[in-house]
Design a protein around this ligand. Structure first.
Ligand SMILES: Nc1ncnc2c1ncn2[C@@H]1O[C@H](COP(=O)(O)OP(=O)(O)OP(=O)(O)O)[C@@H](O)[C@H]1O
Length: 452
């Protein structure tokens, strides 16, 4: 895995787009704003020995008994996801309990948590005030929710921080994302405050809700809605032991299209998501999608020991709008491009870049496009999906839309709203076709349980 990640990391933008995006004339590539250095950061010298190799491969359905015990630092069921993301391996659970700022309160929280599973909130706000107060969380609230960032509550690792599951005093389960602040980011800079205010207002059923934040010295903590059923990528990889059928995949595509359309049509100013990818699409118990979004507020700095790298603002290799290579600007159409990559990923099951394939087949969108153009779209279909006529018909429509989204020039791409409409129709047609088929077969258990 590490090897694969390293190889992926060393793949240059030129290699990725070579022969594919002939319209780009860029000679450089940056994975993140302001970083023109190497695309693969060096490993940090944190000296953290914590192992993070466990696996969680079952949907999280037993939330109720979770917080009755103390912190099990040996890593239980919750400790279980491998690090992911562009630079995910850089963190690996290396944060320590807070020792600064509200030092006494937080440390006592840590001790009580470890010893008894309880946490006394000595802060200025009592626990029931969290939701009333709204957005600003106290150190004690966050500490108590996560048992002071107990390692067994760790559920994920992104390039901009470690994610823990937590539970607020009112019983609400949350995801707590803990990262370092960017070096040049003032403690509560205006831009950051504006971003937080925007996040407070951005609400849609298809977006992961941003519940609040906490600034603690050099750390930045985000409290997010907890989505219990893993990421889209994990499902496509079959890590949960079940296959997402095409109906579910179409629903997910539609949810993502709605989420991004909502952002693009946000009153006053369109919001560019900037990092649409299968690992930031979270899946609910009902197999619907919620798109994680925290904008540039998630900008974080990773100190690798030798260099500092700003992350998480300009997309992920494999999803990145080729126009960005020349303009260094992300637009709504950049999201449309990433969505096109995602559509191909959804129907093929492949990652955007598959380094284990033959060189000619490594770039998934290029590989799928070739098949589509020679009239052999069906060979791009995920082998886990059945090849019945309704599926093949939907596949061709999805790939057709994907190709429009992947147009090298952004002005030739559809808007996200148009994508959402098209997907809605594809979903509807697929459902009707499968309903007819099921009716003909006089069978029950139609996959049309997914409403269009
Ligand atoms: N709201 C959430 N609910 C449940 N799990 C979450 C939530 N947010 C994140 N996770 C888990 O934590 C992992 C890391 O998330 P995070 O957003 O930090 O990284 P990412 O999606 O790889 O993005 P990036 O690397 O760009 O920061 C996710 O893959 C997911 O498994």
């Amino acid at each position: 895995m590490e090897q694969a990640e390293n190889s992926q990391c060393s793949l240059s933008a030129r290699e990725i787009y070579e022969g594919w995006w002939t319209s780009t004339g860029s000679t450089g590539f940056s994975r993140s704003r302001g970083d023109s250095g190497p695309s693969c950061p060096r490993k940090p010298s944190f000296g953290c020995q914590e192992s993070y190799e466990g696996r969680q491969r079952t949907p999280d359905t037993s939330l109720v008994s979770e917080h009755t015990g103390g912190c099990d630092a040996s890593g239980g069921r919750l400790a279980a996801r491998r690090p992911k993301g562009k630079l995910g391996r850089l963190f690996g659970g290396c944060f320590k309990p807070w020792k600064i700022g509200s030092v006494n309160k937080v440390n006592s929280c840590a001790n009580e948590t470890a010893n008894s599973g309880r946490c006394t909130d000595t802060g200025p706000h009592n626990s029931n005030q969290t939701e009333k107060r709204g957005f600003r969380f106290t150190a004690n609230e966050v500490c108590r929710a996560t048992r002071n960032f107990c390692s067994s509550y760790k559920i994920g690792q992104g390039s901009s921080g470690t994610v823990y599951r937590g539970r607020l005093s009112d019983g609400t389960y949350v995801a707590v994302k803990r990262g370092k602040k960017a070096m040049h980011d003032g403690k509560l800079s205006l831009e950051y405050q504006n971003e937080i205010q925007t996040l407070a207002r951005v609400k849609h059923v298809t977006l992961v809700e941003f519940l609040g934040y906490l600034d603690n010295e050099d750390e930045r903590i985000f409290v997010l809605e907890y989505v219990p059923n893993g990421t889209l990528r994990e499902h496509l990889d079959g890590l949960y032991g079940t296959t997402l059928d095409l109906a579910a995949r179409l629903d997910i595509a539609r949810d993502v299209a709605h989420a991004v359309t909502y952002l693009h049509m946000y009153p006053g100013h369109p919001i560019v998501h900037g990092d649409i990818k299968s690992s930031s699409i979270l899946i609910t118990e009902n197999f619907r999608a919620k798109v994680a979004y925290c904008g540039s507020a998630c900008l974080a700095e990773i100190d690798t020991g030798a260099t500092q790298i700003l992350t998480n603002v300009t997309g992920t290799v494999g999803y990145l709008d080729p126009e960005y290579l020349t303009t260094y600007r992300l637009t709504e159409k950049s999201d449309v491009y990433s969505f096109g990559v995602l559509l191909v990923e959804l129907v093929s099951g492949r990652r955007p870049i598959e380094l284990k394939k033959q060189p000619k087949e490594q770039i998934t969108v290029r590989w799928a496009t070739r098949r589509f153009e020679v009239g052999d779209a069906v060979s791009a279909l995920d082998s886990k999906l059945s090849r019945d006529p309704a599926t093949v018909s939907a596949l061709i429509k999805i790939l057709g839309l994907a190709l429009l989204c992947l147009a090298p020039s952004s002005k030739n791409r559809p808007t996200m709203r148009e994508c959402a409409n098209t997907i809605w129709n594809i979903c509807k047609d697929y459902r009707e076709a499968t309903d007819v088929k099921n009716h003909e077969e006089n069978s029950q258990g139609s996959p049309g349980s997914h409403e269009c």
